[in-house]
Structure formats: structure tokens, C-alpha cells
Design a protein around this ligand. Structure first.
Ligand SMILES: *Cc1c(COP(=O)(O)O)cnc(C)c1O
Length: 360
């Protein structure tokens, strides 16, 4: 019998969440199309699993690994595909042209590379403008040169102006970036793409012409203070396992490496077949929520590589073999992530290859 840990991926939930994203987007700006963001192996959920689930509804797929983009095309996905970090060399660019990808462009030399590549059909691009995130993109001083390059470069097809919000889930909000973007776009008459999940929900007025929902597709909230449930998002990944041993310890006895948990009462400790080598966050300390037999309890002590401990003292009927939910259905990954000082994006992306995946 294999180890009892499994990740269950719910493909109807991903379709539901995609339509929730479209609904938020439509509430602010009619007609917004949505890239389904499937970078990082669809946030750890499996690229093809997610792409297949969204095949009939997605307006397009956005990611940044070119091998994955090629694999999608070769599997028959004819949707628009956006490479959000663009191309890295001439070979990548040739693949973009051959497979009909849209690429982000954030440096002037990339426009010249496209010209030199002489594509048979002008290539669609996303021009990335740096409005304050300060990772990628053209800055205001480059706009005049950019404008003249676009005017005389026959290899460039449709242009979309793109920016990325740094704090759509935070205090500074978006106005400062929207203002900068509007200024930079003056005289450039093209469709735009601005919003990630946080902006789609909080600022749907930014949701034209193409939005880029990521985390919300996977059923998590982009906000620390609003739950996925409140946003009508459904968890897509549920990580389950079972209790494989039960220990009874007395006050003063400890659990796990470093003995960081010390019992203050007679305690029944359940040992769960799940550890950090499965992708469970090692920084989840005592008190992290966990479901046993569908009932909420808490983890005890340090997470080890293959196991973690939980408190069964108040769950006398929970014994060896009892089902455990680490996150997902019934226990939001956002809560577990918060207890580990991280975000659910990281939990999902860290799901280990050794965990068997079951599609439901
Ligand atoms: C990852 C990414 C997104 C999606 O962000 P979420 O917060 O997951 O919605 C959108 N745009 C760009 C450029 C990204 O890299």
C-alpha cells in the first residue's frame, strides 16, 4: 500500500473560479478577457490538468516557461499564449514566432531582435511598462524612443500595454501606479492589461482589456483579511493523508525534533504521514490548523521531513487510519500558509513530486 498522502485536484472548481474572475472583471469593465495564469506548473496543480479543465472556457493561457508553452501548443491548445517574461534569446524568439506566442517585451533590444527575425506574420507583443514595481519594463524616459521604434518596425504586430500592480492587496493601493501608467500611455493607442487577482477583485475598474488572474483560479484569496470563501472561490487542491500512529504522553513530555511542544495535560498525539518533503511548510509551528475526521484541531511541535504531529486529545474517536486534511476542502490553504508565515502560492508551488495526484 502506498503512503496515504494524496493531493486531490478538483477540475470543476478551477472552472468555477475562472468564471468568478471573469464575473469580477465584467463588473468593472465590460468585455475584459482573462488570461488563465498557469506559470509554475499551474501553481503546482499540474499544467495539463488545469489547461484541460479550462480548455473550453479560457480566453488564453499566460505563463513564462517556454517549454511548457510549446507543450501546450503541441498538445493542440490553439488559444492565445502569453509569455510573461518574454524571450531570453534568439532561439526562444524563433519558437515564439513558430508557435504563435505573444511575448512580453521589456527592453529595446528585444524589439530589434524581432525585426531581425523577420517573422512571416507580424508578431503580437505585450509592452511591459514599469510603473513602480521596479522589476521589468520601460521607464517614462524611454517612451519617445519606444514610440518611434513601434512606428517603423514592420515585424511588430498587435501591441498591448501591460503593467503589474505591486500593492493591489496592500495599503498603497493602485492609484499611484494607474496614474503613472496613464501618463506613460499618452499617445500610445493600444489595448491594456493591468490586473492580477488582487486588482480584479478590489479594483475591477482596472479590468480592461485583458486581466491576468492567477491565485484566485486556484481558490485562494489574494488578501490577508478576506477569505476565499467570502469571495466565492472554491479550493482546487486538497492535500489529504491519514493518522499512522497515536502516542499518549504525560504532562512534561515533548513531541518531535527540538522538543518544541511540551504537554501540559495528558495528550493524545496523532502522527500524520505528511512532512516538509511532501511540501508541507516546515515553518508551520504548534497550533497550525489541521482537520482530522473532518474536525479542526492543531499541529504539535516541529514538522519533520515525512511526518507531523497533531493533537487528538479532544478527538477520542480519531485513531490510526483516521483521515486528515492538511489544506483544501474544509480548511483553507490561506490559513495554513498564514500560520507558517507565508502565502498559499508558496504552499501550492512546493507540492512535492512524490505526492500522488488524484483528479476529482
Ligand atoms: C503571476 C502573475 C500574475 C498572476 O498574479 P496573481 O496574484 O496570482 O493573480 C499576473 N501577472 C503577472 C505578470 C504575473 O507574473
Amino acid at each position: 500500500m502506498p503512503r496515504p498522502i494524496q493531493a486531490h485536484i478538483n477540475s470543476s472548481a478551477i472552472r468555477h473560479n475562472y468564471l468568478v474572475a471573469k464575473r469580477f472583471a465584467a463588473s468593472g469593465a465590460n468585455g475584459a478577457k482573462a488570461w488563465a495564469v498557469v506559470k509554475a506548473n499551474a501553481y503546482g496543480h499540474g499544467l495539463f490538468r488545469i489547461a484541460n479543465a479550462l480548455r473550453d472556457v479560457a480566453d488564453g493561457f499566460a505563463l513564462l516557461e517556454i517549454e511548457a508553452a510549446i507543450a501546450l501548443r503541441e498538445a493542440g491548445f490553439q488559444h492565445p499564449i502569453l509569455l510573461m517574461e518574454g524571450f531570453f534569446d534568439a532561439e526562444d524568439l524563433a519558437a515564439c514566432i513558430a508557435y504563435g506566442f505573444t511575448a512580453c517585451v521589456h527592453q529595446m533590444y528585444q524589439l530589434q531582435m524581432i525585426r531581425k527575425a523577420q517573422p512571416a506574420v507580424p508578431m503580437p507583443i505585450y509592452l511591459k511598462l514599469n510603473t513602480g514595481m521596479n522589476r521589468l519594463g520601460f521607464v517614462p524616459e524611454q517612451i519617445p524612443a519606444l514610440r518611434s521604434e513601434l512606428a517603423q518596425n514592420p515585424a511588430i504586430g498587435s501591441v498591448t500595454l501591460m503593467m503589474h500592480f505591486a500593492e493591489a492587496d496592500g495599503e498603497r493601493g493602485i492609484d499611484w501606479q494607474v496614474k503613472e501608467f496613464a501618463q506613460m500611455c499618452t499617445g500610445l493607442d493600444h489595448p491594456v492589461s493591468m490586473a492580477n487577482s488582487a486588482a480584479i477583485i478590489n479594483f475591477p475598474q482596472t479590468a480592461h482589456d485583458w486581466v491576468r488572474p492567477g491565485i484566485m483560479l486556484y481558490g485562494s484569496s489574494p488578501f490577508a483579511d478576506v477569505s476565499a470563501k467570502q469571495l466565492e472561490l472554491t479550493p482546487v487542491m486538497t492535500l489529504t493523508s491519514r493518522i499512522l500512529a497515536v502516542q499518549k504522553i504525560q504532562p512534561g513530555e515533548r513531541v518531535g525534533y527540538g522538543g518544541t511542544f511540551v504537554a501540559t495535560r495528558p495528550t493524545r498525539v496523532g502522527i500524520v504521514a505528511c512532512g516538509y518533503a511532501d511540501g508541507y511548510p516546515r515553518h508551520a509551528s504548534t497550533g497550525t490548523p489541521i482537520l482530522v475526521n473532518g474536525v479542526r484541531t492543531q499541529t504539535l511541535g516541529r514538522v519533520s521531513m515525512d511526518m507531523l504531529a497533531c493533537d487528538l486529545t479532544d478527538l477520542p474517536e480519531a485513531d490510526i487510519g483516521a483521515p486528515v486534511v492538511l489544506w483544501g476542502e474544509g480548511l483553507s490553504a490561506d490559513e495554513v500558509a498564514a500560520a507558517a508565515g507565508t502565502i498559499s502560492y508558496e504552499l501550492f508551488c512546493a507540492l512535492a513530486p512524490r505526492v500522488p495526484v488524484v483528479e476529482i
